[in-house]
Design a protein. Structure first.
Length: 152
């Protein structure tokens, strides 16, 4: 009996909450149209940092060839500045740079790996642009610079 009365009360409450009222006591709220204003944003123009200058450290583990994205001769063709994308130190460091010069081309190969001291280190996965400079035995002249780290 109590359950029936409780159930009936709940049904009445539910029905009255959802029912529209009629007569003089009913009030309606006028509908206002809302116009959304466009949000204008401008991209941040933070300056791109220059590439980080690095020198070969040697003694890395998991050493691999890395392609470079730019090579520019300077100092009357006696040096070449290389630029490439890399990772965070000490998890990604420049191991060595191999230069092979012939009469027609200069093949430059970058090797990167993990520093031996970074055994139990966690590094974030973030791209960093790096640069290094190599000296040539003879000025570049009309020789072509070849990336030894690119997949063929």
């Amino acid at each position: 009996m109590r359950t029936t009365a409780l159930l009936a009360g709940c049904l009445m409450l539910t029905a009255s909450c959802g029912a529209a009222t009629t007569g003089a006591a009913s009030h309606t709220v006028p509908h206002k149209s809302v116009t959304a204003q466009p949000v204008i944003t401008t991209p941040s123009q933070s300056p791109t940092p220059p590439p980080k200058a690095v020198k070969p450290v040697g003694d890395t583990v998991n050493t691999r060839k890395v392609p470079f994205t730019g090579a520019k001769a300077f100092d009357r063709g006696r040096k070449v500045k290389l630029v490439w994308w890399s990772g965070v130190e000490p998890c990604t460091v420049l191991d060595r740079v191999k230069v092979k010069e012939t009469s027609r081309r200069v093949t430059i190969t970058l090797y990167e790996g993990t520093a031996a001291k970074a055994k139990d280190v966690s590094c974030i996965m973030m791209a960093i642009q790096k640069t290094t400079t190599v000296k040539l035995k003879a000025p570049i002249g009309k020789r072509k610079i070849v990336d030894g780290g690119k997949q063929r």
